[in-house]
Design a protein around this ligand. Structure first.
Ligand SMILES: Cc1cc2nc3c(=O)[nH]c(=O)nc-3n(C[C@H](O)[C@H](O)[C@H](O)COP(=O)(O)OP(=O)(O)OC[C@H]3O[C@@H](n4cnc5c(N)ncnc54)[C@H](O)[C@@H]3O)c2cc1C
Length: 598
């Protein structure tokens, strides 16, 4: 059976491209070493293979049911999650004193990627719990840490993020859930949320919803949004569970993929008895939630990568085994058929998948590494720079894999021919599961607006300038290598195109934002492809270093990296030229098409 990931690739990314081991020289990670990092990956890989992967299909075929007021699901989900919590994975990034492993973010993301790759539906429960706990740790009070954070980290409570409402999906300023202050300092929550993942189940003792709501009388729009802890069961000050809170599951949503995760419609305060606790200060809720969402968005990108990666490995194994047809030069019908990997068009589909998924993996791990630099970087300016770059790259880390690793899943189906279209083979599920990723955690269109309308131009383009400087550093390093020199020229040209586009769009953004932002999703694609070209050049440099060391067993691996890099530069990067031309022409075709003409 094909694995969850190519472990050689994961170690290449961590240790040869990102120099993760150097983090152990920072005081926070001083007790770690390459060996402890590897041990975490070993445990994660074994547990993902033994506890998560085996029920991936079963959970898809037996989605959670809502019967007699309760949510039921196959028992394997709970068993896997018990093992996950018991191994300490929920608290993996937290301090030793909190029972954590004090791992860098790049390592927690790397470890977690193995669980998402094995079973994205089951992994969604700890994914949300970890993100939820991070927010409460960062913005909650000591009492909230005791009541909620500790049981979350221990895996006794699970968490959710409850933002979306039926009338307010992308447009969170329009939420109407209210939080009315009570005399005792708590709040009465009232409203309806939809699509809340893991919103009800019996996998944990309690569920801690992080709910966005508005305190009556606050500022309008997003500035009036506050964040509340709303438990399924109230929690007494001594940590014991109290009465059930007034949170009602009004229905489960039946989805195309991610079927192992409950998707819920929740009513808060139907009987006027839903109690919530404010997190941090009033009206700052969206900022707190975005704190959670920035890391979550890298996690969403990583989820998309892992589904793409699984499809790639499965279709690679299939292509090596499936005999079909002969070489164009072989006209002898009695000659044996060749495995389909011998056909150039099948190799095209494999190379495309390899370039998308290994590129996406490298990007998400790079962003996770940046999160570490924002926390333990050498000096304030290094931390600030890492934060700026991370802000710019987060929409790409979320969106690029969601688009292109989904395309990888599409190609994995194609390689299987008719068999790929059946439910007897796993590739169709990977595609269905992955189709969520361009939708949740901010749709593709919303990420594009965030990138072009905000991130690319903030502080006079400071983040873009920093990005360009990083790219130039890589180019300078790679330029003397004859194998990489032409890539350097092409990447330099793409960078020039990016600068020219921003120069053209900048003044229009200030005067006619509707026109400038009309093609924001094209900008996201063009910028995303340039980022990935850079990420591939970084990998190619590391592969060349590896080849120079002359370790024979690794030669094919490194040559594969160089070939995938070359593929990206030949087949994908040139597309950005056309996208930039469209952007600079301020094409208004979409704007001028009247709705009644469709
Ligand atoms: C399986 C699943 C799990 C989810 N889990 C959660 C969860 O745990 N918690 C939670 O709070 N939410 C969750 N969501 C909700 C998800 O975040 C929303 O579906 C998403 O934000 C989009 O909102 P919407 O569905 O209302 O679509 P809409 O906002 O109505 O968007 C519809 C389309 O219009 C486009 N659009 C909207 N506004 C603009 C604009 N201003 N400019 C350009 N284009 C625009 C969008 O890009 C999209 O293509 C989940 C959704 C799904 C499907």
């Amino acid at each position: 059976m094909a694995g969850i990931v190519n472990r050689r690739d994961l170690e290449f990314q961590l240790f040869e491209v990102l120099d993760t081991e150097s983090l152990t020289s920072r005081p926070r990670y001083a007790e770690h070493s390459r060996e402890t990092f590897r041990a975490v990956l070993d445990t994660a890989e074994a547990m993902a293979g033994e506890k998560f992967a085996p029920h991936n299909r079963k959970a898809d075929e037996h989605e959670p049911r809502f019967e007699n007021g309760r949510v039921s699901m196959i028992p394997e989900v709970g068993e896997a999650l018990k093992a996950f919590s018991a191994a300490g994975f929920i608290a993996a990034g937290h301090d030793f004193e909190r029972g954590g492993m004090q791992l860098p973010v790049v390592m927690t993301q790397a470890g977690f990627s193995l669980f998402t790759g094995a079973n994205v539906g089951t992994a969604a429960y700890p994914f949300l719990t970890i993100a939820n706990a991070n927010v409460i740790e960062r913005f909650g009070t000591a009492a909230q840490h005791r009541k909620y954070l500790e049981p979350l980290l221990a895996g006794r409570f699970f968490g959710t993020m409850a933002l979306t409402e039926p009338q307010a999906g992308s447009s969170l300023s329009d939420i109407t859930t209210s939080a009315t202050p009570n005399a005792d300092g708590g709040y009465s929550i009232s409203g309806n949320k939809i699509f809340i993942s893991a919103g009800d189940h019996e996998l944990s003792e309690n569920i801690i919803h992080l709910v966005l709501a508005k305190i009556p009388g606050g500022p309008p729009g997003v500035k009036g949004i506050s964040l509340f802890i709303v438990p399924k069961f109230r929690v007494n000050d001594d940590g014991t569970l109290g009465a059930k809170n007034d949170v009602t599951l009004t229905g489960l949503i039946h989805k195309m993929g991610y079927r192992g995760t409950t998707s819920t419609m929740l009513a808060f305060g139907e009987q006027g008895r839903c109690i919530g606790e404010l997190v941090g200060e009033p009206h700052k809720g969206l900022g707190y939630m975005f704190h959670m969402m920035n890391e979550a968005r890298i996690g969403v990108g990583m989820g998309a990568v892992m589904l793409g990666y699984r499809g790639y490995l499965v279709s690679l194994a299939y292509a090596q085994e499936r005999p079909q047809g002969r070489a164009p030069t072989n006209k002898n019908p009695a000659a044996p058929q060749v495995p389909i990997i011998e056909h150039a068009d099948v190799r095209r589909m494999l190379l495309a998948q390899k370039a998308y998924v290994e590129g996406g993996y490298a990007l998400c791990l790079y962003c996770a590494r940046l999160v570490d630099e924002t926390r333990v970087g050498a000096g304030e300016s290094a931390k600030r720079d890492a934060g700026l770059l991370l802000d710019l790259l987060t929409p790409v880390a979320k969106s690029w894999p969601s688009q292109w690793c989904l395309e990888a899943n599409n190609l994995a189906i194609q390689i299987h021919g008719g068999y790929g279209y059946t439910r007897e083979y796993p590739v169709e599920q990977f595609y269905r599961d992955n189709r969520l990723n361009p939708i949740h955690e901010g749709t593709h269109g919303i990420q594009a607006l965030d990138l072009l309308g905000r991130k690319a131009v903030m502080d006079n383009g400071a983040a873009i300038k920093l990005f360009a400087a990083e790219v130039r550093k890589t180019i300078a390093e790679a330029q003397p290598d004859p194998v990489l020199a032409s890539h350097c020229t092409e990447l330099g040209a793409a960078l020039g195109d990016l600068a020219a586009t921003l120069q053209a769009l900048g003044p229009v953004l200030a005067t006619q934002p509707t026109l400038a932002l009309a093609n924001a999703s094209v900008f996201l694609e063009a910028f995303g492809h340039s980022v990935l070209a850079w990420i591939w050049l970084r990998q190619a440099l590391a592969a060349q270093r590896g080849l120079q060391q002359g370790i024979a067993v690794d030669a094919a691996f490194y040559r594969g990296k160089l070939a995938a890099c070359r593929w990206f530069y030949r087949w994908e990067l040139p597309k950005t030229r056309q996208w930039h031309e469209l952007l600079r022409s301020l094409d208004d075709t979409t704007l001028t098409m009247p709705p009644e003409c469709f």
